[in-house]
Design a protein around this ligand. Structure first.
Ligand code: IPE
Ligand code: IPE
Ligand code: MG
Length: 241
């Protein structure tokens, strides 16, 4: 099997975060409803998870549904929730076979109860898988994530459990949904849009960015390999000369 990561680079590229965008436009180009694009987009997830795992990526975070996406039409939201239901039911055996641990980040309270319990079950059933962690951002918004962390910290300070001067990077990171996941090294957004759309604002402080023109339903292993090769040529400086 071909791998594009050398040992040195494997250490460096531990975590890829993807904004899976362009399903609607992909469908519109074919004269099809947006739901068709979402269905094709969901089908790409499996291939990309597998490819990333084979390429040595340890953490893959996928933006599946933002807090702002709740504002879409009820029909579209329902279609997306139905797809999610199917995905949560059908993927377990594949994930187990490939040693993938699943975790979810986002505002779970907003999701339907049956989906929440399927999420809990999938997290529980895969929690001992060690090859790779796939983190799915669902009903996720980074500002909301940061605000709930601020509220927790303010409560602790008000109770006298912590002192304001004790609040540091580490404490703050530990209050985020992503607490046990290292920061992304590389953020990929598909469909040519160049914005973050409320994704991992704190966590991407030193991430590299790659904006791919490919619409998500066309994204594949070859495109991922091309992006990783591009990442490997970059020099990350972290402010040093
Ligand atoms: C990404 O595709 C999927 C979600 C945001 C849920 P879009 O639905 O945003 O597709 P475009 O951007 O309209 O093409
Ligand atoms: C971001 O895509 C969210 C996901 C891919 C799940 P959007 O399509 O919702 O973002 P905007 O509206 O173009 O910024
Ligand atoms: Mg979009």
């Amino acid at each position: 099997m071909r791998t594009v990561l050398s040992n040195k680079e494997t250490q460096q590229l531990q975590h890829i975060a993807i904004i899976m965008d362009g399903n609607g436009r992909w469908a519109a180009k074919r004269g099809m409803p947006r739901s068709f694009g979402h269905k094709k987009g969901a089908e790409r997830v499996k291939e990309v998870v597998q490819a990333a795992g084979e390429l040595g990526v340890k953490y893959l975070t996928l933006y599946a549904f933002s807090t702002e996406n709740w504002q879409r039409s009820p029909d579209e939201v329902n279609d997306l929730m139905d797809l999610l239901r199917q995905y949560l039911k059908s993927e377990l055996s594949e994930l187990q076979k490939n040693g993938v641990r699943i975790v979810f980040i986002g505002e779970r309270e907003m999701l339907p109860a049956d989906i929440r319990s399927s999420m809990r079950r999938l997290e529980d059933d895969t929690k001992n898988n060690a090859k790779m962690t796939v983190c799915i951002a669902l009903s996720y918004g980074s500002r909301q994530e940061i605000l709930q962390a601020v509220r927790k910290i303010a409560t602790l300070a008000k109770r006298g459990d912590i002192k304001p001067e004790e609040i540091d990077d580490k404490m703050f990171s530990d209050m985020l949904y992503t607490q046990e996941i290292p920061d992304p090294d590389l953020v990929i957004r598909t469909s040519g849009e160049q914005r973050l759309s409320n994704y991992l604002l704190w966590q991407v402080a030193y991430a590299e960015f790659y904006f791919s023109e490919v619409l998500w339903p066309d994204f594949d292993r070859a495109e991922l390999e091309k992006i990783i090769e591009n990442f490997n040529k970059r020099e990350r400086r972290y402010g040093k000369a």
